[in-house]
Design a protein around this ligand. Structure first.
Ligand code: PLP
Length: 451
């Protein structure tokens, strides 16, 4: 019988994270202070982040030691399995060999605790009492609630209203781990109140919720801000995923031809793929594909330029693909992919054509989710289903050409709290949203002219 799950021993958990900043084809453009127009320094970020994370954000060291306290928590669910999707291969009648890295086995159900645990640890170490954050799909908020509880910190989560309404039990899960959760936009912050004045029924967006959490942290001495994606240190922590995957592929003697992950802010895709991108940068042949929703097609349709990370213009300006920080994406069910911007690291590698991006509508994405669940069993999160859709398309291409490619994708999370979305699909209420070109054009008018 052929192996299905490729498992590593706990002793084989990587002890270092990989920092792709050491190997980039050209350096990242620096974050810019919106007031001065100059690159920001560590002190500008100090009100929001602990110093160790700020150091990691700008570090060019190739390897960063994982603290033993973080590794100890990781062993609650890591190493995660790499699974050969035999049944999916059969269902698709493809000669391709498909593998998926199953990050859904973490307690909150996704890859997000890989960085939440690290961030909670560094904050605790520097005497912080509370973390404020945003959440879209609820996966990040759950992960940070879980991690803060383990390290004895308080946690406040601003949850995008449309997701709060779609997934009430995500809120309960965060409460299990002791967090307080508010539907964003709220009346608690200036940023939230301003949005509600313009639209009392605002569905919210990640950009708005980030503004609220940043304001909360900036106005409370004992509180710092925590971001679940986009930033370099978040991506650094997520590389544990790709480093494990590499070891697991070595066990079965495979080299990937195609790597696939979904992109919201870019963290699971990057963490999974960057240890392999390091090989690609040295000349190894492979395709690396990032998958996004057609309703929020940041990389496939947006320009590559400086923009704010949030709606209220409180963050530094980052050079990235963007649809404009005032753009509020349609309320698709992949809430974690409703972000106007993209990680600067992903943006740079896309711009340099080292990685590629594709976009899909949500109905074919849900069809792919069903194909996967009916073959492999696990019900994917709608975000993850984007990666599955691209995997299935590539595997079908192999069926046409007869090529035996090795396709590996990141299974970023399960969809057990997304049954409302599946219900919409079954009752025919799910709709595809055409690319909202006019709204994006309007939003891009508000992006500062910095190049
Ligand atoms: C399961 C899952 N996958 C993917 C994402 C997208 O985020 P990122 O691009 O940072 O991995 C999210 C975000 O909430 C998520 O919950």
């Amino acid at each position: 019988m052929e192996t299905t799950k490729i498992l590593l021993d706990e002793k084989e958990i990587p002890s270092r994270w990989y920092n792709i900043q050491a190997d980039l084809p050209k350096p990242l453009a620096p974050p810019i202070h919106p007031g001065t127009g100059q690159p920001i320094g560590p002190q500008d970020l100090a009100p929001l982040f602990p110093m160790e994370l700020i150091k990691q954000e700008v570090s060019a060291e190739r390897w960063v030691e994982i603290p033993s306290e973080v590794l100890e928590v990781y062993t609650l669910w890591r190493p995660t399995p790499l699974v050969r999707a035999h049944r999916l291969e059969k269902a698709l009648k493809t000669p391709a060999r498909i593998y998926y890295k199953n990050e859904s086995v973490s307690p909150p159900g996704s890859h997000k605790p890989n960085t939440a645990v690290a961030q909670a640890f560094y904050n605790k170490n520097e005497g912080v009492a509370r973390l404020a954050t945003e959440t879209g799909a609820g996966q990040w908020g759950s992960a940070l609630s879980f991690a803060t509880k383990l390290f004895g910190l308080k946690c406040t989560v601003y949850m995008v209203r449309v997701s709060y309404d779609q997934k009430p039990y995500r809120k309960s899960m965060m409460q299990v781990w002791g967090a307080e959760v508010f539907p964003s936009p709220t009346n608690k912050t200036n940023a939230g109140r301003k949005i509600l004045e313009g639209d009392p029924n605002s569905p919210g967006s990640l950009g708005i919720a980030i503004s609220e959490a940043v304001e909360d942290a900036a106005t409370h001495e004992d509180t710092k801000y925590s971001l679940g994606s986009v930033l370099n240190h978040v991506i650094l922590h997520q590389t544990i995923v790709g480093l494990e995957t590499k070891k697991q592929l070595e066990v079965v003697g495979e080299k990937p031809d195609i790597l696939i992950g979904c992109i919201g802010g870019g963290s699971n895709f990057s963490g999974f793929s960057f240890p392999f991108v390091a090989d690609k940068l040295k000349g190894q042949q492979m395709r690396v594909i990032a998958v996004e929703p057609e309703a929020c097609p940041t990389v496939t349709k947006g320009p590559y330029r400086y923009d704010f990370g949030d709606t209220a213009e409180t963050t530094p300006l980052l050079k990235m693909f963007t649809l404009g920080h005032t753009f509020i994406p349609p309320g698709i069910h992949a809430g974690g992919l409703r972000y106007h911007g993209m990680a600067p690291l992903v943006s740079l590698l896309c711009d340099q054509k080292i990685i590629e991006a594709v976009a899909y509508h949500q109905i074919p994405v849900f069809e792919a989710a069903l194909t996967f669940a009916q073959a492999e069993g696990i019900v994917p999160a709608p975000e993850t289903a984007h990666a599955i859709k691209a995997t299935i398309d590539e595997a079908k291409r192999c069926a046409q050409t007869g090529k035996e490619k090795v396709i590996v994708f990141n299974f970023s999370g399960h969809g057990h709290f997304d049954m409302g979305a599946y219900e919409s699909y079954f009752t025919g209420q799910l709709q595809n949203y055409e690319y909202p070109q006019e709204k994006v054009e309007e939003a891009l008018k508000h992006v500062p002219e910095l190049g």
